[in-house]
Ligand binder design. Structure first.
Ligand code: NAD
Ligand code: LMR
Length: 329
């Protein structure tokens, strides 16, 4: 028997990321090849944006996706999020050359208070929320705080692009396939302070750290490359990453919903106090997922270098949180 369709709300649906994301959701890449979906698409009320959204929807129609059980366009989050089982909050202003993601804080924070309140009011009580719009961790924190009747654990931020970038760099360095790399993680904020950590990573049971051997590569090449990759793409493309961001959003939701079979991945989630990260801080952690729930990988040793890096990214997140406190008062 066919499964009941699940409702997937996507904001910023006519934007760059939306254009890569929606087709893949409708194709079953996110929730499974046997899971029908209903797309509930939100754009700003602006005539041009709504017209562009209609155009994207015409193209989605033209794909005749067998799993697409319905699709609606919205300019109001209160209707877009109605009964949503999943919400991908992409819509926000992207940064341009020379900006840091936190420069977007003022411009974008307002969006996430409004949308958090709307989710609180009308979404499924089990809604799984992924914030992609930057600065993703703090926006996710704002949405979570604006939705007090929903479980805090339902709000997450996207660190998966950083995780995937780190995987790809390690694959290139070791000459091994991406799929063979396990136990990698990225701690902290989706910003250049993030700490991509391969101390525990393994390829076919062998330590990645030992096989690379060279701590200087970690410090001087790997961490800056992964941390500044978003900026490097903006520099090269003149636009921020879009297809790879959409791909990471698909990966994040797929693994949250369908499980990682014991494998590690990275999710930005509200801390439960693990590793000394204050409760509620939206922080990238190593997790495994099963039955629609994530669990932080516990008891990993944190050496002095790692603690310094974790402190640095936590400090930035604390500053960002303090910077938006007035919006949550
Ligand atoms: P874009 O400008 O192409 O598209 C954004 C879309 O959002 C636009 O169509 C805009 O009209 C819409 N929008 C703006 N405010 C909205 C609102 N309140 N409600 C609904 N829609 C709204 O930008 P993009 O390239 O698609 O990027 C979107 C966001 O994702 C940016 O903030 C970008 O920095 C971020 N991003 C995050 C990651 C990550 O890893 N977390 C990766 C890439 C991009
Ligand atoms: C990325 O990491 O590619 C995105 O967050 C876009 C950006 O501003 O870097």
């Amino acid at each position: 028997m066919a499964k009941t369709p699940l409702r997937v709300a996507v904001t910023g649906a006519a934007g760059q990321i939306g254009y890569s994301l929606l087709f893949r959701i409708a194709n079953g890449d996110m929730l499974g090849k046997d899971q029908p979906v209903i797309l509930q698409l939100l754009e700003i009320a602006d005539e041009k944006a709504q017209k562009a959204l209609k155009g994207v929807m015409m193209e989605i129609d033209d794909c005749a996706f067998p799993l697409l059980a319905g699709m609606t366009a919205h300019a109001d989050p209160m209707t877009a999020f109605k009964d949503a089982d999943f919400a991908l909050l992409v819509g926000a202003r992207p940064r341009g050359p020379g900006m840091e993601r936190k420069d977007l804080l003022e411009a974008n924070a307002q969006i996430f208070t409004v949308q958090g309140k709307a989710l609180d009011a009308v979404a499924s009580r089990n809604v799984k929320v992924l914030v992609v719009g930057n600065p993703a961790n703090t926006n996710a924190y704002i949405a979570m705080k604006s939705a007090p009747s929903l479980p805090a654990k339902n709000f997450t931020a996207m660190l998966r692009l950083d995780h995937n970038r780190a995987l790809s760099q390690i694959a290139a360095k070791t000459g091994k396939p991406v799929a063979s790399i396990e136990k990698l993680c990225v701690w902290g904020n989706h910003s250049p302070t993030m700490y991509a950590d391969y101390r525990f990573a393994q390829i076919d049971g062998a330590s990645v750290k030992d096989s690379i051997g060279d701590d200087a590569w970690n410090r001087d090449t790997f961490l800056p490359t992964v941390g500044k990759r978003g900026g490097a793409i903006i520099e090269a493309r003149g636009l921020s990453s879009a297809a790879s961001a959409a791909n990471a959003a698909i990966d994040h939701m797929h693994d949250w919903f369908l499980g990682t079979n014991g494998k590690w991945t990275t999710m930005g989630i509200p801390s439960d106090g693990s590793y000394g990260i204050p409760e509620g801080t939206m922080f990238g952690f190593p997790v495994t997922t099963e039955n629609g729930e994530y669990t932080i990988v516990q008891d990993l040793p944190i050496d002095e270098f790692s603690q310094e890096r974790i402190n640095l990214t936590l400090k930035e997140l604390t500053e960002e949180r303090d910077g938006v406190a007035h919006l949550l008062a």
